[in-house]
Design a protein around this ligand. Structure first.
Ligand code: ACO
Length: 332
């Protein structure tokens, strides 16, 4: 059997906020943000937009690209740390909105690695249950969870939803066929306990009148330097290990779709591993770090660009809060 990417889709808010606007919230500059991160602008949800609206649109576009009708979908996973509603889950809401009547659905929280974890989970469940079709979405609204008084984080994040439709070719015995002409060839999923990147849930720290304590703000707290160090080392490790697992070398990879957190992280990894920057697909300059939506947003843009060809080997790699990291090699 082989699980392959049949279509991709994404949706971003209409409001684009350039670096020049960031100076309103703190002592920063376009020059600092561009040099330190590569980010030039980010998309931010307006009052009349919702993350769920982006999720529904991204899923609809991925289904359209795959030529799949919603009632055929067996499984729907949404990776997000905070949808518009905790219950129903974001995946329940998109299932209802698009009428994916028979889909089994759930949300998954693994911060910026969430989409990659969801892809691996979907692949595993499809193989185990003979599911034919799955929708996997990554979605985040970090602009609404950012401390707009902390210049070391508010310049980084943006909002988006993006994902793909996976199909099972249903051929063979149930064992993953690594010689298939397309599909996910190898994955590497890791978690590393560390609290250099945290988001406390406000309200839940003082849940009853019987407990004293100060409520915590519902915002991202991050040790940027520590995350940077982790990210460069772990992305390098993943690229080496997942290509080996796929029976390939780094030269066999046509394009790398890395988590779009910081252009400097990607450039550093490319330099250490001798990967030409032209093979690193980047759109962080347009969207900033959209967390769980970041890899699929880049994947969707790549697949719709003139660079995509059938039979290419793509390597997707992400890192995120937890800390967590994940990678996969996929033949498209
Ligand atoms: N504007 C101007 N100056 C700033 C800003 C800003 N927005 N932010 C920090 N600075 C200053 C600092 O105060 C510091 O000044 P000082 O030297 O006078 O003390 C100086 O710039 C350097 O600060 P560093 O934190 O060392 O800057 P660094 O080069 O490490 O860049 C950054 C910071 C961009 C956050 C970087 O560390 C980074 O990208 N880290 C990884 C973050 C990341 O990827 N997070 C996402 C994880 S995924 C997830 O799950 C959400």
């Amino acid at each position: 059997m082989s699980i392959w990417i049949a279509g991709t889709g994404s949706a971003t808010p209409s409001l684009s906020v350039p670096n020049s606007e960031m100076t309103k919230f703190g002592d920063t500059s376009d020059e600092w943000i561009t040099t330190a991160t590569g980010i030039k602008e980010r998309r931010v949800l307006s009052q009349d937009e919702t993350l769920q609206g982006l999720v529904d649109k991204a899923a609809e576009r991925a289904l359209e690209a795959a030529g799949v009708v919603p009632k055929e979908v067996d499984l729907c996973i949404v990776a997000t740390i905070a949808g518009d509603t905790l219950v129903p889950s974001t995946s329940s809401n998109v299932k209802r909105a698009l009428h994916m009547e028979r889909a089994v659905n759930f949300d998954l929280n693994m911060a910026c690695s969430g989409f990659m974890y969801a892809l691996w989970t979907a692949q595993s469940l499809m193989l185990a249950n003979n599911f034919a079709t799955a929708v996997v979405i990554g979605a985040e609204q970090l602009s609404r969870m950012t401390d707009w008084g902390d210049r070391s984080t508010f310049v980084l994040f943006g909002d988006a939803a993006a994902g793909c439709v996976l199909k099972n070719d249903m051929a063979g015995s149930g064992v993953l066929d690594i010689n298939a002409k397309r599909g996910i060839i190898a994955s590497d999923i890791r978690s590393h306990y560390d609290d250099t990147l945290c988001l406390q849930v406000s309200g839940l720290t003082t849940p009853t009148p019987f407990v004293d304590g100060e409520d915590l703000p519902h915002v991202v707290k991050m040790n940027g330097r520590a995350v940077f160090k982790f990210a460069t080392a772990i992305m390098q490790e993943h690229i080496e290990s997942v290509t080996k697992k796929a029976g390939m070398t780094i030269d066999d990879i046509d394009y790398f779709i890395p988590h779009q957190a910081n252009q400097r992280i990607v450039a550093h990894v490319a330099k250490v591993l001798g990967i030409p920057m032209e093979k690193m697909f980047l759109n962080v300059h347009k969207y900033g770090n959209t967390s769980a939506a970041s890899v699929p947003l880049a994947l969707d843009e790549f697949m719709r660009s003139g660079n995509a060809r059938a039979g290419q080997n793509l390597l997707m790699v992400a890192f995120g809060g937890g800390l967590s990291s994940a990678s996969c090699v996929v033949k498209v």
